[in-house]
Design a protein around this ligand. Structure first.
Ligand code: NDP
Length: 234
């Protein structure tokens, strides 16, 4: 569709699948990574979402190369699992800083151009655990729940400017993030998923492509689950 798209954390995992899907649909797509290492077939810009200066520089580079960002996919995220009693304040705030404040930083920078264009799509990658909760993931779940409040507030603030803000809430997806889970935890999760399997990153990318595309012009403030039924509407 030839639009200017930026996918944070699009150098690997779910973000890479999203970037490849949108590029395949005809958009001009840049992905961020912290290293700036090349990614086959995609433009890359170095960006750490914990640093507003880095975010600003990345957007300026993208604007120069492919025009103002019309579709932002805020996908960059980390985990830092620990039971609350053992979770240091730094372990809590650092996950919030990347996952939630990082999304605020990129959205804030993106809407500058979107407001001028009077159109734009903000898509936040949350998680089923944001609304469902997850023992040992208080920091991560809080950050992912926060994205829902962020997106819905932006949907209200920016709707009159033709900008939509939506959330995709994946369940468990095969990626580096889930590869580190212990085998018994994986088996327990699998047992609770009605569809009995993990999602592929491409299945998450399909939901993002819908929200970014023309069929979702009247969809805003939505939380779209891609979780095999795990969350059951939560
Ligand atoms: P990965 O661990 O495979 O990839 C994480 C991505 O986030 C990488 O591209 C990484 O970049 C980027 N990133 C991390 N910290 C920063 C930062 N400070 N600044 C910029 N980029 C950063 O994870 P997934 O692909 O599995 O996850 C992608 C998103 O989907 C995350 O938000 C995650 O919470 C969410 N999600 C994942 C699920 C899963 O089961 N895997 C389920 C539900 C949601 P770099 O390569 O530079 O480190």
């Amino acid at each position: 569709m030839g639009r200017s798209v930026l996918v944070t954390g699009g150098n690997r995992g779910i973000g890479l699948a999203i970037a490849r899907r949108l590029a395949g649909d005809g958009d001009s797509v840049t992905v961020t990574s912290r290293s700036g290492d090349p990614v086959e077939g995609l433009a890359v810009v170095r960006c750490d979402v914990r640093d507003a200066g880095s975010v600003d520089a990345a957007f300026s580079a993208v604007e120069h190369e492919q025009g103002p960002v019309e579709v932002l996919v805020a996908n960059a995220g980390v985990t830092g699992d620990q039971l609350l009693a053992l979770m240091s304040e730094d372990a809590f705030t650092s996950v919030l800083d990347t996952n939630l404040t990082g999304a605020y930083r990129v959205a804030r920078r993106a809407v500058r151009g979107m407001m001028r264009m009077r159109r734009g799509r903000l898509i936040f990658i949350s998680s089923v655990v944001g609304l469902y909760g997850s023992a040992g993931q208080a920091n991560y779940a809080a950050s992912k729940a926060g994205l829902v409040g962020l997106a819905r507030s932006l949907a209200r603030e920016l709707g009159s400017r033709g900008i939509t803000a939506n959330v995709v809430a994946p369940g468990f997806v095969d990626s580096d993030m889930t590869a580190v889970l212990p085998q018994e935890r994986k088996a327990a999760i699998m047992g609770a998923i009605p569809l009995g399997r993990y999602a592929s990153a491409d299945e998450v990318a399909g939901a993002v492509a819908f929200l970014a595309g023309p069929d979702a012009g009247y969809v805003t403030g939505a939380v779209v689950p891609v979780d095999g039924g795990l969350g059951m509407g939560h």
